[in-house]
Design a protein around this ligand. Sequence first.
Ligand code: CTP
Ligand code: MG
Length: 391
Amino acid sequence: MHEPRTAVVIVAAGSGARLGLGEPKAFVRVAGRTLLGHAVASVLGMTAPAQVVVVAPTDRVEAAESIARELAGPVADLVTAVAGGSTRQESVAAGLAAVRGSVDVVLVHDAARAFTPSSLFDTVADAARATRAGVLPVLPVADTIKQLKRDGSVVGTPDRSELAAAQTPQGFPRAQLVAAYAGATVEHTDDAALFAAAGHAVTTVSGDPLAFKVTTPWDLSRAETLAAGRSSDVPVFRSGIGLDVHAFDPESPLWLGGVYWPDEPGLKGHSDGDAVCHAICDALLSAAGLGDIGGRFGTADDRFAGAHGDVFIRETVRLVAGAGYEVVNVAVQVIANQPKLAGRRVELEQNLSGLVGAPVSVSATTSDGLGFPGRGEGLTALATALIRSVN
Ligand code: CTP
Ligand code: MG
């Protein structure tokens, strides 16, 4: 691989005092991933490979490096972590010291702006390379801003059209940024200010509302909401299990797997005793978190007295769809001495797949003569189901 021309220094060495969780902010999780992980993932989405330098609290350098390296997978060698300092500015300086020789543009980014889209990194890097100036993403300020004295009295109202809110990533030609840091004598609140104080030009590009900084508990809950919305594009898979047992009743006709079996002893039950269909229903309901067949289709409900298995399956699939899922597949196994399923297995699978609207596989076994199935007293069906959320 070519040596990277861009480096992104992700500062993650702060304590997160305003968040108040007692854990460094970058290691707080949103939607199962640390803020640092979200930030690194955004950088890894850039169009061209970039070196990633994570600046972490001294006792978290290894943890930060493994988070970033794991996400980087095959490009893990582009990732390093170093220890930060007691101010953000010191942390950035520590990160800059780890930037590789091949790099001509450096972006500095707050891990706390974890949801910044990858495209903003590309925009800032391209602009810094094209203009050879500092590049700052900004958003217009919505509120009227007041200039105050220390005692809280208002001194003035600056013209809002001349104001903007600064975000990160901020991009710079590497050599000028390193020199500006080396010469800095006061603390600046961002890198663009430090860069400008060194006499360099700073230009702006449009920021992104998603590049907001997670600072307070409210920001964190907002981040959770956003991440949940985003992850709704990715289906959620759930599995379920169902078991049904019925005793044989030689006086009844046998219905099993939704088909009629002439010359076979039937099964007892409020309905037709079709254990295969009932186990499938239970597996589907269990996967969707909808309880079980007894709770859904009670014996008190006349609609289901004597009903065949297809009625239950159709109604179950409707409930599962109503809960926001579609069926991926179902597997069902019959444990019984009889009937012998082998001869009608394909027919059963076709019938059940049609009812469920997804592949259903059917298998059978005996219990080696043991227990009630072995004594021929009854039949067990065991089913599993996999379902997937639909948007
Ligand atoms: N940062 C850093 N080193 C420091 C201070 C801050 O690397 N000594 C980083 C933070 O990890 C964060 C970014 O700078 O990603 C912006 O800082 P801020 O949002 O203020 O984070 P914290 O300092 O962690 O939060 P707080 O001020 O609430 O303690
Ligand atoms: Mg801070």
